[in-house]
Design a protein around this ligand. Structure first.
Ligand code: ADP
Length: 501
């Protein structure tokens, strides 16, 4: 059977599987329509069924806290390694920030790259990530990350999650950002595919389950305290995996570590409050790089909606309020953000054409949300966004010549130059930087064990994904967070299951 069909088959099996899990309710049954709508906006996740709180047992081999990509990858691999696993998610829907991720998953030396004649090397992926992170990335974590990226792509593919449409984001010389076949945003596809696998394995998933404390005995973590269905319950576990995401929605924490971000919008879902950091710190965990908070250059400010870097990766340009380019659009995120912040006024327009819209399916979401200005000609577009038409026309003509010549003499851009911007209608989205990703977090080793201040593993405590720090250094490359959650989430599942034996 084809993989796509397998995935479709899993999705259609949801109802049956959940009945088998016992007593589950749909989100629709448990929430009012208004709340459900709000949750949809908050998380971007599609409607799903979850396990009834009554099913929560007193004890598991592995408890996974958080249901984003890292949590679900951990739960699946722990289950496949023979562990009895449960997922606890504090929000009313699963998916976390993962649901909102758009660009793709970076990986090198993959079978899909090879099939498409793309030459890449793990060492190059390593070097470019290190350069992007200003040389401050944890070298051991980074080595593990690049060396296990291709097998993570294979692992997803084996579960019906196929990322074979490859594009570019800022800070890479080779096409290595893997997306769903139709070029759509990676997040929802990934969350749906992982959750299909979670339910297929009958891994119970509890939502509205807020973990407030870790329990311990003789220096080992022994379980969690969770608020669920109006009660607090202690659940013991041989291993606990923290997959609670970052703290980009916790403005007190953000401004504590980076005061200059006061007043910025945040692209984060509201559950990204840094709980995992506090939980682990209470067990003596060390942290790294908490002041390294990434702002993303292209965020629509009224909705805090992120405009994926893949739009630029597929060929869009950025223009200032005069209609002129001002930066290599595929510089790293920190540099592009700084360039926009240096403008007066400090906003830019992402400008693209109809052909590009066809290549980046996420744009349909932006159109649906009313974020996109559309016009039949470049002059009309300029008028609609209050820019001088002749200037914008000259900018596009110059850019299209640079694409044809494969030489951007103005800003030295080298990627995302395969297609001219010449097919009407034309589009523009107004953007400025927004808080996006917390690169710092818990210190872990390559076994995803959480380390204490002496560099020793805290027995029974594992962490993966945005809650951890070190992998990205001082600037994360777009597409590396999805790679991080899958590669280290998978490892956390294996290691936590082994520890539970
Ligand atoms: P990652 O990308 O690292 O997987 P995500 O943001 O996608 O991170 O997912 C993290 C999930 O963890 C979110 O859905 C968030 O609501 C959940 N979470 C955060 N804190 C807690 C907590 N204290 N108890 C249960 N779930 C939590």
């Amino acid at each position: 059977m084809k993989k796509k069909l397998v995935l479709g088959f899993f999705l259609s099996l949801f109802a049956m599987v959940l009945v088998a899990c016992g007593g589950s309710k749909t989100a629709k049954e448990t929430e009012t329509t208004t709340e459900a709508k709000k949750e949809e906006v908050v998380s971007g996740a599609s409607e799903k069924s979850y396990t009834d709180p009554k099913e929560l047992k007193d004890s598991y081999d592995v408890v996974v806290i958080g249901s984003g990509g890292a949590g679900m990858a951990a739960a699946i691999s722990a289950k496949d390694a023979g562990a009895d696993v449960a997922i606890l998610e504090k929000m009313p829907v699963i998916g976390g920030n993962t649901s909102k991720s758009s660009a793709g998953m970076n990986a090198s030396e993959t079978k899909f790259q090879k099939a498409q004649g793309i030459e890449d090397k793990n060492d190059l992926f390593y070097e470019e990530t290190l350069k992007g992170g200003k040389g401050t990335n944890d070298p051991e974590l980074l080595r593990y990350f690049v060396d296990n990226s291709a097998s993570a792509i294979d692992w997803l593919d084996s579960m019906g999650i196929t990322l074979d449409n490859i594009t570019t984001t800022g800070g890479m010389s080779v096409t290595r950002t893997h997306r769903p076949t139709d070029g759509s945003a990676v997040g929802r596809y990934l969350v749906d595919g992982l959750y299909a696998n979670v339910t297929e394995r009958k891994i119970p998933t509890f939502v509205n389950a807020d973990v407030t404390e870790l329990t311990d005995k003789d220096g080992s973590v022994t379980g969690v305290k969770v608020k669920i269905a109006g009660k607090e319950k202690t659940v013991s576990a041989k291993s606990v995996v923290l997959a609670t995401g970052g703290f980009g929605a916790n403005m007190d924490m953000v401004t504590k570590f980076k005061p200059e971000l006061k007043g910025y919008v945040s692209t984060n879902q509201e559950g990204s409050t840094g709980d995992g950091i506090a939980l682990a710190e209470s067990e003596g965990a060390a942290t790294v790089d908490l002041d390294q908070i990434q702002i993303h250059p292209s965020v629509e400010q009224k909705t805090a909606y992120l405009i994926t870097e893949a739009v630029r990766g597929e060929g869009a340009i950025l223009v200032n309020s005069k209609g002129e380019r001002f930066v290599n659009e595929l510089e790293t995120r920190d540099n592009v953000s700084a360039a926009i912040n240096g403008l007066d006024p400090n906003y830019a327009y992402v400008v693209f054409d109809n052909a590009l819209r066809g290549r980046v399916k996420a744009i349909n979401q932006y159109v649906e949300k009313g974020l996109v200005v559309e016009a039949k000609t470049i002059e009309d577009l300029a008028k609609a966004i209050d820019i001088d038409g002749a200037t914008l026309k000259t900018t596009l003509d110059t850019w299209n010549k640079a694409v044809a010549d494969k030489s951007d003499t103005a800003f030295g851009r080298k990627t995302g130059m395969d297609n001219a911007l010449s097919e009407a209608p034309y589009y523009a989205i107004k953007v400025s930087p927004g808080i996006h990703h917390t690169m710092g977090g818990l210190k872990i080793n390559t076994n995803t064990e959480v380390l204490n201040k002496e560099g020793k593993a805290i027995p029974g405590l594992y962490a993966a994904g945005e809650v951890t720090g070190g992998i990205h250094g001082q600037n994360r490359i777009g597409g590396n967070a999805v790679a991080d959650i899958i590669i280290f989430g998978r490892q956390a599942g294996n290691q936590s299951a082994a520890h539970a034996k």
